[in-house]
Design a protein around this ligand. Structure first.
Ligand SMILES: C[S@@+](CC[C@H](N)C(=O)[O-])C[C@H]1O[C@@H](n2cnc3c(N)ncnc32)[C@H](O)[C@@H]1O
Length: 201
């Protein structure tokens, strides 16, 4: 099965499980933005996209970086509401903390993995795959040839720092745009899916 991968950086997203599920947009460093990306990456009307994988790179306090990887082909217990996805994220952060962390990625629940990888580690781990950097001023996705098993890298509501951009550009084949307008990250994911769905790749 071909795989579509999205990598999203949450610059201030909390990296401890001590957050309130009733205040996701407030005290979590905008975890809500990343939760909407989970929804856009995986949900069809009555199904889950099993061919999709999503990395959420969380760089906020107190223990950055943490990366939570959602693997569509194994995912269970994922529901469309942000609160229950936040509970999966919180559980992953708890499993990491209670297990003492370590160097390796660990499985927190079916299809949900956590590690201490940062942006450069994640992109290195995907070496061999074709990486596309999603940016407003990139080449129009509609007119681009997209390689098999593509990886799309996006930022949250904050732009990449110069340092981060250097890392992304080291791995990216192209800078790609999905609209002449600056869109929300989760909406970009939907547009990428739509374009690839139409091409049936
Ligand atoms: C809300 S935007 C980031 C902030 C925005 N650059 C600003 O000036 O406020 C979120 C992310 O979605 C992606 N993005 C937004 N609009 C896009 C577009 N038209 N084409 C491709 N990617 C886009 C980029 O990765 C961007 O970093």
């Amino acid at each position: 099965m071909a795989v579509r991968t999205f990598v999203v950086v949450g610059h201030r997203v909390i990296t401890s499980p001590d957050f309130n599920l009733n205040d996701l947009a407030g005290s979590t460093g905008r975890l809500d933005v990343l939760l909407r990306c989970v929804n856009s990456a995986f949900f069809l009307s009555h199904d889950i996209r099993r061919d999709t994988e999503l990395y959420l790179i969380m760089l906020g306090p107190p223990n950055p970086p943490k990366t939570i990887r959602f693997a569509g082909k194994e995912l269970r217990y994922l529901n469309p509401d942000e609160r229950s996805t936040a509970a999966l994220v919180r559980n992953a952060l708890r499993v990491w903390r209670d297990g003492g962390g370590g160097g390796r990625e660990i499985c927190a629940s079916p299809g949900v993995y956590i590690s201490c990888m940062g942006l450069s580690d994640v992109l290195k781990s995907l070496e061999g795959r074709t990486v596309y950097y999603m940016r407003e001023d990139g080449k129009d996705l509609m007119f681009l040839e997209i390689e098999e098993n593509p990886v799309f890298v996006l930022s949250d509501h904050l732009n990449f720092s110069e340092e981060e951009e250097k890392v992304v550009l080291k791995y990216a084949k192209e800078i790609v745009s999905v609209s002449p307008l600056s869109l929300h990250t989760d909406h970009c994911i939907i547009l990428v899916h739509n374009e690839l769905d139409r091409r049936r790749v």
